[in-house]
Ligand binder design. Structure first.
Ligand code: PLP
Length: 457
């Protein structure tokens, strides 16, 4: 038995949480998570919950893997830290770089290690600008990203991101980053087929490149499927058209795979599931299943060859670039993903079953626009449902529907994430079995039924 109330006060007194409103600090009652095993976590009150968010989109192989703990323990005793600056290295970094090259798309034969997704995206900004300088096209400095995207919390990460609330804090975006709309059929697709809308959304990139002048544009960055921005699966026409436009204007294409990488869409990288061929990939989260922080940037031969030919130091790196503990955790995590055939299950078995259950949630009187891909999904809550997604009527903010539903679903034993607009998101561990999927959706339905009753009153 843990003294939950005392610990909550201690936390509120000393701990500034990320993405929290500090005015509410004293009233804030944080849930204290004390244990994880498989797809379950427990709080300090002993409640057991299915973690349908995999921590923060990252616990891909589930909690409590002894083999990862053993690998980390062994490495800590062998060599707890060494850096990879200049021309030093260590065995875990060599082995992980080799493994990542083996499992990544053919154009990638090199990786630059960082400590997190945000650091990965900062690295991208500096690397693409360095590349164009070395190519003697120094005008190419602008990076095009998308509104409502999330690419991290560092100055460059938050600038690439498209959240006005983040831009307001810190005078962002930094110079040379511009945004276009995202391929959200719900928001922009009215009166069009999904495929037509995909082409239209991609054309916004071409329009922006023409407006800026291609000679000024360095790169375009996007998540294969936008995650924290709302799990927005683009129309199938979107990415191939984006690829065509980037090729046409010689612009580097960057996939932020921090969420989509390492099996979440049933492939090592989301770009493989969505059918495009990036020049750079940012990864983090799922590479270690969140057991230890580690991230990286996969860099295509086209870029590496230029940098190798032109020379000049890339003045960039982090103390923890390729931290040996992160590297061994990643290696064991990747070994588990392979040995347990997890990608295949997500692609062909449990993933489609998860999506089937998610789509079936649309039958609930509160739910519309449910769906996703692989083990990534979301659904919206509506006050009234019309015949198409564009005819549904949302709740007003004062109804507090999203908060109510999230709390009721949590009380039923499932952790989901709420985002503005009463959209609930899911990104469970990739090991979720059929039985656990059934259990997850039964509990979600229980929580939604209760919410429906409360909102009716
Ligand atoms: N990129 C994407 C797509 C993310 O979802 C996140 C984090 O949620 C990041 C980058 C930032 O990663 P980190 O929190 O490890 O810095």
């Amino acid at each position: 038995q843990l003294p939950t109330t005392k610990l909550q006060h201690q936390d509120a007194n000393a701990h500034l949480h990320p993405f929290a409103d500090y005015r509410l600090k004293q009233q804030q009652i944080s849930q204290i998570i004390v244990k994880g095993d498989g797809v379950y976590v427990w709080d300090s009150e002993g409640h057991c919950m299915i973690d349908a968010m995999a921590g923060l989109w990252c616990t891909n192989v589930g909690y409590g893997r002894k083999s990862i703990a053993d690998a980390v323990h062994k490495q800590m005793l062998q060599l707890s830290f060494y850096n990879t600056f200049f021309h030093t290295t260590h065995l875990p970094a060599i082995e992980l770089a080799t493994k990542l090259v083996e499992i990544s798309p053919a154009q990638f034969n090199h990786v630059f290690f960082v400590g997190s997704g945000s650091e990965g995206n900062d690295t991208i900004v500096r690397l693409v600008r360095h590349y164009w300088n070395q190519k003697e096209q120094p005008g190419r400095q602008i990076i095009i990203s998308r509104q409502n995207a999330y690419h991290g919390s560092t100055m460059a990460g938050a600038s690439l991101g498209g959240w006005p609330s983040m831009h307001k804090q810190g005078g962002l975006p930094i110079p040379g980053i511009v945004h276009i709309g995202q391929p959200s059929y719900l928001e922009g697709g009215q009166g069009k087929s999904v495929e037509e809308f995909g082409l239209e959304a991609a054309s916004w990139l071409e329009n922006k490149i023409r407006e800026l002048g291609p000679e000024n544009v360095a790169a375009f960055i996007g998540e294969p499927v936008q995650g924290a921005g709302g799990v927005i699966v683009p129309p199938s026409t979107y990415w191939p058209e984006i690829q065509r436009i980037c090729d046409k204007y010689g612009i580097l294409l960057v996939a932020d795979e921090v969420i989509c990488g390492f099996g979440r869409l049933g492939t090592w990288f989301g770009c493989e599931a969505l059918g495009f061929r990036p020049d750079l990939i940012t990864f983090a989260k799922g590479v270690t299943s969140g057991y230890v922080p580690l991230g990286g940037v996969l860099v295509a031969d086209r870029i590496v060859d230029t940098l190798a030919e032109t020379g000049g130091e890339f003045n960039h790196g982090f103390t923890y670039s390729g931290h040996p503990i992160g590297c061994v955790a990643a290696l064991e995590n990747i070994r588990i993903l392979e040995q347990e055939n997890i990608l295949n299950q997500v692609k062909n078995e449990t993933g489609p079953y998860f999506q089937q259950k998610l789509t079936a949630l649309n039958a609930h009187p509160l739910v519309g626009n449910s769906g996703g891909i692989g083990f990534l999904g979301g659904f919206n809550l509506y006050k009234h449902k019309g015949s198409t997604v564009h005819d549904h009527i949302p709740f007003s903010t004062s109804d507090n529907a999203g908060n109510l539903a999230r709390a009721n679903i949590l009380a039923s034993g499932v952790i989901v994430r709420l985002m503005p607009g009463d959209r609930l998101l899911m990104s469970p561990p990739l090991t979720l079995t059929r039985k656990e999927i059934d259990d997850t959706f039964n509990k979600i339905t229980q929580g939604l039924d209760k919410t429906y009753e409360q909102l009716k009153q």
